[in-house]
Design a protein around this ligand. Structure first.
Ligand code: GLV
Ligand code: MG
Length: 346
């Protein structure tokens, strides 16, 4: 572990100082773009208006023979567009791949000044973050960047889950984490071919009723991992995310998976298909009734202490803090989304 004194020191002479307060930004959906496909790059100006984060994907789902075109395509889309308050991220190839080093060596000098976050796949432990942290500092210094590029880890190996707390605390450059249910299932030897979501066989069987009938209640396969990730992230001031939902033909199941993650503390999810953008927007923007009730709590307890009754429900210092989480998020949503600002009355 680094000493507190060393934690915030730039890791290269001339590199920007790490953030002490992480930037506040709305990231309800991280929208994946395959940057080697020209038709997809052409959609980016429109996407910038619709999504909170545009991510150029260089890793899985990009064929090996298109890796270099994807990297070049990402640089091109970053150079050609003005992203305004929409985030620009890339998912680079994993550390042991033949492409990772060139991903970093080419992207940071070319468009590092526009890049908010690098998503690092298959993070196993603190050593992976330290390596990227150091490399980024060197490249930032060489490119004269004045703002640090942040790191977002994908939690998608058994070892990564085991080490999640150390990963979260590895560096002030950490932005957050996403659950990667496909790689994680493979790494753990889980017996599912689904990308996220539930499984009908993962269920608890009720005791037999007097009729002898029994009901199977489907459970959430990802509950344990999401809970562990949320605690690791929030204890370090990072943002937790649900990752991909692979069945585009089942929007209800996608919404349910996103909502479970939202209720447990996640702030967004990946959108891999345009139809998932609106699902994420709906789920990760707080419910207007909840916002109205939370505002009532804050107004009834201006200094956040004491106890009051609202609509028959007890409120105290702790529920004031719960209400503040909802209202703070609603304010952030309202700052970007004028329609929802009106619905929330903010
Ligand atoms: C995402 O990368 C996953 O493996 O689910
Ligand atoms: Mg993966």
């Amino acid at each position: 572990m680094k000493t507190p004194n060393a934690y915030y020191k730039p890791l290269a002479i001339g590199a920007p100082a790490p953030f002490r307060e992480r930037p506040v930004s709305l990231e309800r959906m991280i929208h994946f773009v395959p940057p080697h496909i020209e038709k997809m790059r052409a959609k980016v100006p429109d996407l910038i208006q619709k999504v909170d984060v545009v991510l150029g994907n260089l890793e899985d789902a990009i064929p090996a023979d298109a890796k270099e075109d994807a990297r070049k395509g990402f640089i091109q889309l970053a150079q050609e567009n003005d992203f305004g308050s929409t985030g620009l991220w890339t998912r680079v190839n994993c550390l042991n791949s033949p492409w990772f080093l060139d991903d970093l060596m080419e992207i940071v000098p070319a468009v590092g000044d526009k890049l908010d976050v690098i998503m690092l796949p298959k993070v196993e432990g603190v050593w992976d973050i330290h390596y990227l942290d150091q490399l980024l500092a060197q490249l930032e210094a060489r490119s004269g960047l004045t703002r640090p590029i942040m790191i977002h880890a994908i939690l998608e190996t058994a070892e990564g889950v085991k080490n999640v707390e150390e990963i979260a605390a590895a560096s002030p450059r950490m932005h957050g984490m996403s659950l990667g249910p496909a790689d994680l299932a493979a790494s753990r030897g889980m017996k599912t071919t689904r990308v996220g979501g539930g499984h009908p066989d993962y269920a608890v069987l009720s005791d037999p009723a007097s009729t002898g009938e029994r009901t199977a209640y489907q459970q959430d396969l990802w509950h344990y991992t999401v809970g562990k990730m949320v605690d690791a992230c929030l204890s370090c001031g990072l943002k937790p995310f649900y990752g991909p939902f692979g069945d585009f033909s089942d929007p209800a199941a996608c919404e349910s998976q996103f909502r479970n993650a939202f209720l447990m503390g996640c702030l967004g999810a990946w959108s891999l298909h345009p139809s998932q953008i609106d699902i994420a927007k709906k789920v990760f923007s707080p419910d207007p009734d909840e916002v109205a009730f939370a505002r009532k709590i804050l107004e009834a307890m201006p200094d956040g202490t004491g106890a009051v009754m609202i609509d028959g429900k007890m409120q105290d210092d702790a529920t004031w803090k719960q209400a503040k989480v909802i209202v703070d998020l609603a304010k952030l949503v309202a700052s970007k989304d004028s329609e929802l600002a009106e619905v929330y009355g903010l």
